[in-house]
Structures are given as C-alpha cells and as structure tokens.
Design a protein around this ligand. Structure first.
Ligand SMILES: *Cc1c(COP(=O)(O)O)cnc(C)c1O
Length: 396
C-alpha cells in the first residue's frame, strides 16, 4: 500500500514537472459573464453558458417551483419509483423540439453516450467513429461488442473507406458516431457529407450535439438543422446552453429509446434527475424556442464575430470558424498556463487547455462567447488579452 501511494506520488510529480498540472479557479458567485474569483469580480470567457441562461430568473424560478411542488429528489431509479410527470413531459418536449420520435433522460450526457452503444449494437454490427469524438462516446463504444472503426477527424474519404470496410466485413448494422461540434476546436462536423455517406452505405447516424443544442441551427435545433439534414439519433446535455445545470438525453427512433429504457445500464442503475433540474430544463426549452431565444442567439453571433475580429487584429493565432468556441493557439502548455494566470491578473477568467485534453504541442486558451457578455465587456476582455499577450511575448 505504501509503495503504491509512493508510485502515485511520483506520477503526480511527473505531471507537474511537464507543466501539465491542472488547477481549478474557485468561483464564489453564480455562473455568468462576470464571476467572483479570489475575492474579485472577473469576466468569464470559458463557460459553456452560451446563451447566458445559467443564472436566468425564469430558469431559477422554474427550478424553485418544481422543487416546491415535487420535492428534492426521487431516491429511486426511474423504473422502480423514480418517474414523475415532469420527466415524461421533458422527454416529450425534447423529442418534439428535435423532431424525433422520443427521448430518454440521463444524469448527464456522459451517461447518455455511455448507455447508447452497448445495448444497441451486437458483435454482428459495426460502429464508425470520428477520431476526435468526445471521451464519453469513446468510452461508450468501448463497452459495446460491435466492431469499432475510426476515421480521421473530418476526413470524409477516410469515413467512406471505413464504411466500405465495415460492409465488406459483413456488418449487419452500421452506426456512424460523431460530435456535431468538436469542443476543443469549435469545428463543425460535415453532416451533409456524413448523411450522404450514411445513406449510401445503409448506416444510421448518431450526432452528439452537446456544443450546439439550443443555439446552433434554426431555433437552436442543432447541427443537423444547420446542415439541413436529419440525424437518426441525437445525444445532448442540459449542462451547457440549456441552463448549465445537469442532465443529458438520447433522442431518436421509438425502438431505440424503448431499448435504452429496458437495457441502458446508466439508466437502470442510477438515480432519476431531480425535479428542480427537470423543471429548469423545461423552462430552458420554452425560452430557446421563443422570441428571447432568437434574440440571445443573435447576440451570441454578434459577440462571436466581434471577439474573433478583435483577437485577430491584435495578432493572436486563432483556429478558423464560426462557433462561439474561439481557441487562441499558444502551442506550449506552460505558456498557456502563464497566459491564463496573467489574464486572471487582468480580470479575465480563461483556462489554458493542454495535454491530455488536446494533443501535445497544441496547447491553447479556449475562449467561449456567450450572449450575456456586453460589448463593453468584450472591449475590456480584449484589452486584457492584449496586455497578457504582450507580457508573455505572444503578441507585440
Ligand atoms: C460536455 C459534453 C459531454 C458531456 O456532457 P455532460 O452532460 O456534462 O455529461 C458529452 N459530449 C460532448 C461532445 C460534450 O461536449
């Protein structure tokens, strides 16, 4: 036991020595465009709070009312005695919003992706997965007995090669799995081409739309809507644009949802979502489908374009794109940490990302826009980037 802990300590030392140690900023306020960190109010440029709903009065009110009327929690998994009318309402609401048959709730999108593949696919089937897919998709696929094929991220020729290999290998059913948006880069999957290949090879298409639901596409219906195509199965989260609390879902064809309710392990062996979370998610969907949703999406878009333009004009290296994820490339992990530290000194919270969440040599500060940031906020944040960038020699 003693040796084992020493071994762990030396692995921790190695992580520190490589400059890969992650620390956590402690926030003493609600999540929002400005947060309280180390006793100071700072601008926050790294939450997935795309629509600024994490502290929205209508969602807080809906959460409070649901807790008042339905209690703190269910103390049960769904099938034993943990299903309330609110859960049924939210599942129907998600399915209707996304234009799919039905939906099933999970404690998190991580669990939704963890639940999906194992019951759906047998050893006679194949899953073809983008190499950059979220960790929860990778883990979910590992749990299934299906043949696994990977395609280089965004490489449609490689996707076709893998689909052909799956067909030639005699797969009965093929499922293509992709993120709608790749969260480290803000790149969109090429869903138009992927849909076309899925149809040509008789495959189903699964899209994880965690970084899109609520704000991408018409009424925020996500990346399939933006690309003008249909996804067969969509997984998503209530922990990002749709209020930022917790909870995930799978939406799709009725037999898929029915099977997950019977056989999905994170569904069968884990507690039901609490009423407050479910009530807030229902309110979030009402909001994003309404006029306020349109306004917030328009503001998010304006902020994203202004932010990109500002950083670019100062000479920062960005990854190209349109998504509110705007990565500022620094390449070196220590430099990313130093930049983040100085940004905080200048009043901006923006976390450095480095190995293992991005490849070695691709360290960055992943900035994210949200609809609650004002234009003066953005100007102030740009000034902080200029100062921190000069101090670290990243820009002149
Ligand atoms: C955030 C994220 C998840 C996990 O969502 P949670 O609801 O927080 O578990 C899954 N997939 C992708 C692509 C994500 O970005």
């Amino acid at each position: 036991m003693h040796d084992f802990l020493d071994e762990i300590r030396s692995r921790l030392d190695a992580i520190r020595a490589e400059g890969l140690w992650k620390t956590e900023a402690v926030i003493a306020s609600p999540q929002g465009p400005r947060v309280l960190v180390e006793g100071r109010e700072v601008l926050n440029l790294c939450a997935n709070n795309y629509l600024g709903l994490a502290d929205h009065p209508a969602l807080r009110q809906a959460a409070a009312q649901a807790m008042e009327e339905r209690g703190l929690g269910l103390a049960s998994v769904r099938f034993i005695c943990g299903t309330q009318d609110l859960h049924k309402a939210l599942e129907a609401r998600v399915a209707q919003y996304l234009g799919l048959d039905d939906a099933i709730l999970f404690a998190a999108a991580f669990d939704a992706n963890g639940a999906l593949f194992e019951p759906l696919l047998t050893d006679q089937d194949a899953v073809v997965s983008d190499a950059l897919n979220h960790a929860s998709i990778i883990d979910g696929i590992r749990l299934s007995k299906a043949r696994r094929l990977r395609f280089a991220t965004g490489d449609m020729d490689d996707l076709e090669r893998q689909l052909r290999a799956a067909r030639e290998g005699g797969a009965r059913n093929i499922l293509i799995a992709t993120d709608g948006v790749f969260s480290m880069d803000g790149f969109f999957a090429d869903l138009a081409t992927i849909r076309d290949l899925a149809d040509r090879y008789g495959a189903l298409l699964m899209v994880d739309d965690c970084h899109a639901t609520g704000f991408v596409g018409e009424k925020g219906r996500g990346t399939p809507s933006r690309a003008g195509v249909r996804a067969d199965i969509v997984t998503g989260t209530f922990g990002k644009a749709l209020g930022g609390a917790l909870g995930g879902f799978v939406a799709g064809p009725q037999p898929v949802i029915d099977l997950l309710r019977q056989r999905g392990r994170p569904y069968l062996f884990s507690n039901a979502l609490p009423p407050a979370i479910v009530g807030a998610a229902l309110a979030a969907l009402d909001l994003v489908e309404g006029f306020e949703g349109d306004e917030r999406r328009a503001q998010l878009d304006t902020n994203t374009r202004r932010w990109r333009r500002g950083l670019q004009s100062m000479g920062f290296e960005l990854l190209p794109g349109e998504h509110p994820i705007v990565p500022v490339m620094l390449h070196d992990a220590r430099l990313a940490q130093e930049m983040a530290r100085r940004l905080l000194d200048h009043g901006v919270l923006a976390t450095g990302f480095f190995y293992p969440v991005v490849p070695q040599g691709k360290a960055r500060i992943r900035t994210q826009m949200n609809a609650a940031l004002t234009l003066p906020d953005l100007d102030q944040a740009l000034q902080a980037f200029r100062q921190a960038g000069r101090e670290t020699g990243v820009v002149i």
